[in-house]
Design a protein around this ligand. Structure first.
Ligand code: IPD
Ligand code: CA
Ligand code: CA
Length: 285
């Protein structure tokens, strides 16, 4: 065999974003086709942290597609990392050494998927030297594809997205979640919910952080916060919000980067007010 024949064939002529969209659409369609038909349910870091063979299969599908186009890129996928905070921090540190890093949550909202509650998503981001340059979140149930490219805006169904206009907490619909880590993050997040609920129009906890963030970008939610999320929950949504004119920090107001786990993403107008309420409630983490 001649030497050059050993070099793997690489499909050319496809942009990063096209590959991300293709991966999210394919995985999302497959996940939807498995709704109510998964075979194996297991728990990971706690009784609230679920995984099925569909999560794992979707990640394999996405990895294979990315590798076909970009065999030299690094991939950080939830289902290839040991459960828990420490392992995910270590995996991110290691993966971040790569110039191009794909960050994947193949199924964000596994609990909803398991119960047939139709709110979950596929989240795919590409970071270049630590900065997210492509973010795609796909909701296969509503067939909604949220796409952002660094410096080029964010779109849903091809239409540009803009964050919501509310400037007061009292007019805002915000979202959060119930963290899977029960000792520290769950009580803190509950304290935040208790403090914010009387001050906002209402709070949703619908079970997919990535989709909540896409909804902030689309102006359907005014803001979102949650403690102890992972890079794969946040990376794609972070670019969607930033490119839709919103603001993204940790719960103390420091700028977002890939290692941030305690997130606040809003339309910008209510950002400081939200953080102040969390601070007073000692719910910033
Ligand atoms: C979960 C979802 C949920 C959030 C949890 C996450 P998963 O991700 O984003 O909304 O509250 O903290 O772990 O496990 O379904 O990919
Ligand atoms: Ca997730
Ligand atoms: Ca997941």
């Amino acid at each position: 065999m001649r030497n050059e024949e050993k070099v793997p064939y690489v499909v050319t002529g496809k942009s990063f974003t096209a590959v991300a969209v293709n991966c999210a659409a394919k995985a999302g369609e497959w996940i939807k086709s498995r709704l109510g038909q998964f075979k194996k349910l297991s728990t990971k870091s706690s009784m609230h942290d679920l995984v099925t063979e569909v999560d794992k299969g979707a990640e394999v599908m996405i990895r294979k597609l990315i590798m076909t186009h970009f065999p030299h890129h690094e991939i950080l996928g939830e289902e290839s990392v040991e459960p828990g905070r420490d392992a995910s921090q270590r995996a991110l540190e290691q993966a971040q050494k790569a110039e191009y890093l794909w960050i994947i949550d193949p199924l964000d909202g596994t609990t909803n998927f398991v119960h047939g509650f139709p709110y979950f998503s596929v989240s795919i981001a590409l970071a270049h030297k630590g900065e997210v340059i492509v973010g795609v979140v796909y909701d296969p149930i509503r067939d909604e594809l949220f796409v952002a490219e660094k410096g080029k805006g964010a779109y849903v169904h091809g239409a540009p997205m803009e964050v919501a206009k509310e400037s007061e907490l009292a007019d805002s619909l915000i979202a959060s979640g119930f963290p899977t880590e029960r000792e520290r993050a769950l009580p803190l997040n509950l304290a935040g919910i208790q403090a914010l609920a009387p001050q906002v129009r209402n709070i949703r906890t619908s079970g997919s952080a990535a989709l909540h963030m896409a909804y902030v970008a689309a102006g359907r939610l005014t803001g979102f916060w949650e403690l102890n999320l992972n890079a794969w929950d946040l990376a794609a949504g972070s670019l969607l919000i930033a490119e839709s004119g919103g603001r993204l920090t940790d719960t103390h107001g420091n700028p977002y980067h890939l290692a941030v786990r305690d997130i606040v993403g809003t339309n910008g107008h209510i950002h400081d007010a939200m953080i102040n309420v969390l601070k007073e409630a000692k719910a910033q983490g």
